[in-house]
Design a binder for this molecule. Structure first.
Ligand SMILES: [Zn+2]
Length: 171
């Protein structure tokens, strides 16, 4: 892949990481995710990337990996907000409190419940995501979307409990 394409991909990834919903690890809520999960098309932290590797899910370090245009494109149309609608569709804080990100055993168990047991998944949405055509070039630049309110893309109830949980727990 040409260097120019690589640089463009990296720029797109950095833009995606600026979006509100991608500023937190999708699995534990810690800030500034540094890995892309190519199983769920989410942004996650290094610790959670290790748990996903154990489950044979593909993860890539954002700063140390080369991404294909198809992977970038899938991350553009995916991301943490969309993944919330897919993987946490039926989740409520009452049903299963989110683990504090320092509690690795609980985070690991949460990941197992979410992806192995598929406890809260919306199967229909998941199927439509995996059937979506993976185009071989990047379609949009996300820079234009940065000023739009994140609430438009993120399910409010889940976002509210998720961020409230993160902000009220000092880890
Ligand atoms: Zn994490």
């Amino acid at each position: 892949m040409s260097r120019k394409v690589n640089e463009r991909n990296l720029r797109t990834l950095r833009d995606l990481l600026k979006l509100h919903e991608n500023r937190y690890c999708f699995d534990c809520g810690s800030t500034l995710p540094s890995y892309a999960n190519l199983f769920t098309y989410t942004f996650i932290c290094e610790k959670c990337s290790g748990f996903h590797r154990e489950l044979s899910h593909r993860v890539k370090s954002i700063s140390a990996s080369i991404f294909t245009p198809a992977e970038i494109s899938a991350l553009v149309s995916g991301g943490n907000a969309k993944a919330t609608r897919i993987w946490l569709a039926k989740w409520t804080a009452k049903d299963y409190p989110l683990p504090a990100h320092g509690d690795l055993d609980l985070v690991k168990e949460f990941i197992r419940q979410k992806y192995v047991r598929r406890r809260w998944v919306d199967e229909g949405l998941l199927a439509s995501q995996s059937q979506a055509p993976k185009v071989s070039h990047v379609l949009i630049s996300t820079s234009d979307n940065l000023s739009s309110p994140c609430e438009s893309a993120f399910p409010l109830s889940i976002l509210a409990s998720y961020l409230n949980y993160i902000s009220t727990n000092t880890f």
